[in-house]
Design a protein around this ligand. Structure first.
Ligand code: PLP
Length: 421
């Protein structure tokens, strides 16, 4: 049904109800026109509303100073809630289970301090082999912090020899085999390298059956694939906001803690005044009383300038709706896959799952040779995609601002590189 032609791509854009959001974003310029930007998996584009949103906070700071906490157009006291509310739908969580604070790796450490409390008997962490380096370092140092040997305490699940993806059956098998010693399952919801989306629900249920916690790094899921963290019973999740969520470089990270843990105050966590019950926060008394929400993990006062860009972008997500975005995303990426199958003359393999329900927006193209050189040629021709050692070009059409035409232009350029090869 797909066609490898510009007129087909243009017709799809005309029919696309989400196409209007494209003009809400700034595209970097290449060769005098908009770049073919397929790199939202790494850094999302700037929404045009960001500048005005930042100026609003600057103006309110200028006009109100300390009174801005209450008197600003968007009172600063509860600023994180302007972001947690629009996240509810895409995360499948209540406002009380969500917050934005710190950055991803910091939040991962904070969550592990609550959810990784190893004992002599139960101390192992299951991760995916080749997890994002920051996650590997976080888990390694947490394990050492508790006096365990990472070589023994960290179990990695790998693809089978000759395969690129991790089989669910292999994850479940390890969970069962380690049932007495497993403390925590910690996976990326989508693997950053292959684009594989894991079955978060099945993995969470398996972890719980053996008495372990299940936490997920949703860096590549947030704003890409809607999830149902509450219904699936996930214990905690963390993510960053500068990839598909377009929060800007170094933007505030996000965290989810399931209601079964927030409502009891039973879990130990690191305390700070912003995580304390509001009724007693300003009494400046002894004794930390955590809020009965995910904000009970918050340490510091809301970082307004680190959240404002995310707030502006989330307004667009809310208007577009994550379900409609996911529908478009699936079709855009399927179209990209179809077009790539037409390319002859260069050697590469799509290592992301074939099944669109097992991936998000991203396709990872593995080049056995010449990958770096091809990436350079793409860059020269006006494409922005990223290169990941040892041999992958990641291509991610983001449904909020990418078009069928973008995907077609990418195909034209890679096809012309192939025909000159
Ligand atoms: C992008 C990404 C990170 C980045 O962590 P920061 O603390 O935001 O720098 C961590 N883990 C994964 C899986 C990522 O994709």
């Amino acid at each position: 049904m797909y066609e490898a032609s510009l007129s087909y791509a243009e017709a799809q854009d005309l029919q696309d109800p989400l196409n209007k959001y494209r003009e809400q974003f700034y595209f970097p310029q290449r060769n005098g026109k908009d770049a073919v930007y397929l790199c939202g998996n790494s850094l999302g584009l700037q929404a045009k509303g960001v500048k005005g949103a930042i100026e609003q906070e600057l103006q309110d700071w200028q006009d109100y100073a300390v009174e801005g906490y209450w008197a600003a157009k968007n009172p600063w006291l509860y600023y994180q809630q302007y972001c947690s509310k629009p996240l509810t739908e895409m995360m499948g969580a209540s406002v009380a289970e969500l917050t934005v604070m710190n950055t991803l790796t910091v939040n991962l450490h904070l969550m592990m301090l609550s959810f990784y409390r190893p004992t002599k008997q139960r101390y192992k962490v299951l991760m995916e082999a080749g997890a994002f380096p920051s996650d590997q370092y976080a888990v390694e140092t947490q394990v050492k912090f508790h006096g365990f040997d990472p070589e023994v305490a960290i179990i990695e699940v790998s693809p089978r020899p000759g395969e690129h993806l991790i089989r669910l059956a292999d994850i479940l098998q390890i969970i069962d085999a380690e049932s007495d010693s497993l403390a925590l399952v910690l996976l990326g919801g989508i693997n950053y390298y292959t684009g594989q989306l894991f079955d978060i629900q099945a993995i969470t249920a398996a972890a719980h059956r053996v008495g372990a916690f299940a936490g997920f790094d949703l860096a590549h899921v947030a704003g890409n694939v809607p999830v149902s963290l509450h219904d699936w019973g996930v214990d905690f999740a963390v993510w960053c906001s500068y990839k598909y969520l377009n929060g800007g470089p170094g933007a505030v990270g996000g965290a989810f803690v399931h209601e079964k843990h927030t409502s009891t105050q039973g879990l130990i966590r690191m305390g700070g005044w912003w995580g304390n019950e509001e009724s007693t926060r300003f009494k400046m008394e002894k004794g930390f009383v955590p809020k009965k929400t995910a904000e009970g993990w918050q340490l510091s006062t809301a970082q307004v300038f680190n959240m404002v860009s995310l707030k502006a972008s989330l307004e667009l997500f809310e208007a577009a709706g994550i379900t409609a975005l996911r529908t478009k995303s699936t079709d855009l990426t399927n179209y990209l896959e179809y077009l790539l199958e037409q390319v002859k003359g260069i050697n590469f393999e799509i290592i992301s799952p074939n099944n669109c329900r097992e991936r998000g927006a991203q396709l990872s193209l593995l080049f056995p040779d010449r990958g770096k050189e091809i990436h350079q040629q793409m860059t020269k021709a006006g494409i922005i995609v990223d290169w990941r050692e040892p041999g992958v070009i990641r291509v991610s059409p983001a449904p909020l601002y990418n078009s069928y035409r973008d995907v077609f232009h990418f195909y034209e350029i890679i096809a012309s590189i192939a025909s000159n090869a």
